[in-house]
Design a binder for this molecule. Structure first.
Ligand SMILES: Nc1nc2c(ncn2[C@@H]2O[C@H](COP(=O)(O)OP(=O)(O)O)[C@@H](O)[C@H]2O)c(=O)[nH]1
Ligand SMILES: [Mg+2]
Length: 389
């Protein structure tokens, strides 16, 4: 059996390459997260990877989905629909594959009837290699035995047609106590829980892999270019003239520097989009304001770049900053800047002195900034903090 990749490289890393072919995957989404946007970016990605798509629709007319699927026209030959809805609203189905039972009448019968239609649709795809999507199984909730039978029964066909099946489900308030979550987790091969956290008016979305049980959580967002890892706030700190503004500017796609009253009230803000990573970057103003900025931004800071001038690292000041960042549990990476200068101290020496992961960069010419971003994200993901509880 081989692995099928998902559109987020961190997820694939955590799953040892992706999802095992022939699997049933539950994608459960908290109500604050738009599961359809996640589902669409998954589908778009798999279509681009030349999968066939078999899309089971049980809560709207297929025509509606066709109108809303990105680039449906160019992928039409790769897609079949299983129409599980027309009958329910007493319409004649226009699709080759349709379920001939009303979803509202008898759930058990409906689910049983669906199995054969889905099998036919999967087997009819030439060349196999398919993504199967069922949106959504909320109406199956409660019919646990029938659901389990569907999942067990479909398995052989998934394996023989090299298909991964994704079932979308809004989190209707399943909790550990009721045993429903446990039951669901048992039934599926993989369970991805999309969670939403409210933080100062924004919803922070992240993926919690419930099965196989995984500690690392992956914060994400859906952009025009698909799924990316996303954190809303990372800061850039460091002594005066160490290269903070330069780092924000050259790490970002777009940036603004608001200079008022000289350099003392400068605020740098940049939008980072690279390596499948999206982040908002804020340069903290002059060093005296560092403590103030830390207290003000406090709990919503996800990570920090501490920029030092490698020719003169100002260790006392730097250590003081690191201590305060540690106290707030803020993941930090030191950037040993000005590595293009002859008298720069190598990053290894600075790391030894500071006891914090240190990378050498030349912020002015953008050297080492990609690696710096990867490293800080790695730290953010592995350093468990308040924001995931
Ligand atoms: N040669 C070189 N110059 C740099 C580098 N990083 C920043 N600079 C320059 O150093 C000066 C101070 O940088 P700036 O980003 O304003 O420092 P800040 O006070 O920390 O925001 C500017 O003139 C930058 O162009 C670097 O890596 N190499
Ligand atoms: Mg500056």
């Amino acid at each position: 059996m081989s692995k099928v990749s998902l559109p987020l490289s961190k997820l694939n890393d955590l799953l040892d390459g992706g999802i095992e072919d022939g699997s049933n995957v539950l994608i459960m989404a908290d109500l604050a997260v738009d599961k359809m946007r996640f589902g669409s970016s998954l589908v778009d990605y798999r279509l681009e990877e030349d999968d066939n798509l078999v899309y089971f629709i049980n809560n709207k007319l297929p025509r509606y989905v066709k109108e809303h699927l990105k680039d449906y026209g160019s992928y039409e030959s790769q897609i079949s629909f299983v129409d599980g809805f027309s009958k329910t609203v007493e319409k004649e189905s226009e699709e080759e594959f349709s379920v001939d039972v009303k979803a509202t009448k008898n759930k058990k019968e409906y689910i049983e009837e669906s199995i054969d239609v889905v099998k036919d649709a999967l087997e009819a795809r030439e060349g196999y290699g398919s993504t199967f999507v069922l949106d959504s199984i909320d109406s199956w909730v409660g019919s646990w035995d029938a659901m389990e039978e569907f999942l067990t029964d479909i398995k052989g066909t998934l394996e023989s047609t090299n298909t991964v099946a994704y079932y979308l489900l809004p989190n209707l308030g399943f909790d550990e106590e009721s045993g429903q979550l446990e039951r669901l987790t048992e039934m599926f091969d993989y369970v991805l829980h999309l969670k939403g956290l409210e933080r100062s008016g924004n919803v922070l979305k992240y993926i919690d892999i419930r099965k196989p049980e995984t500690d690392t959580k992956v914060p994400f967002d859906v952009t025009e270019s698909g799924l990316v890892m996303y954190v809303p706030k990372m800061i850039v700190t460091g002594p005066y003239n160490a290269g903070k503004s330069t780092t924000v500017k050259n790490m970002s796609e777009e940036s603004v520097s608001v200079d008022r009253l000289g350099t003392t009230v400068a605020l740098d803000h940049g939008k980072v989009k690279r390596n499948g990573i999206k982040a908002d970057l804020f340069g903290t103003p002059g060093q005296k304001r560092f403590d103030w900025a830390l207290n003000f931004l406090g709990r919503s800071i996800f990570g920090n770049f501490l920029i030092l001038d490698s020719r003169n690292p100002d260790y006392d000041r730097a250590k003081d900053m690191v201590e305060k960042l540690r106290a707030k549990d803020i993941p930090t990476v030191i950037l040993a800047n000005f590595q293009n200068k002859e008298d720069a101290i190598p990053p290894e020496s600075i790391e030894d002195e500071m006891d914090v992961v240190t990378l050498g960069v030349d912020a002015l010419h953008g050297k080492g900034l990609d690696e710096a971003l990867d490293k800080l994200f790695e730290k953010i993901l592995s350093q468990h903090s308040w924001y995931y509880t």
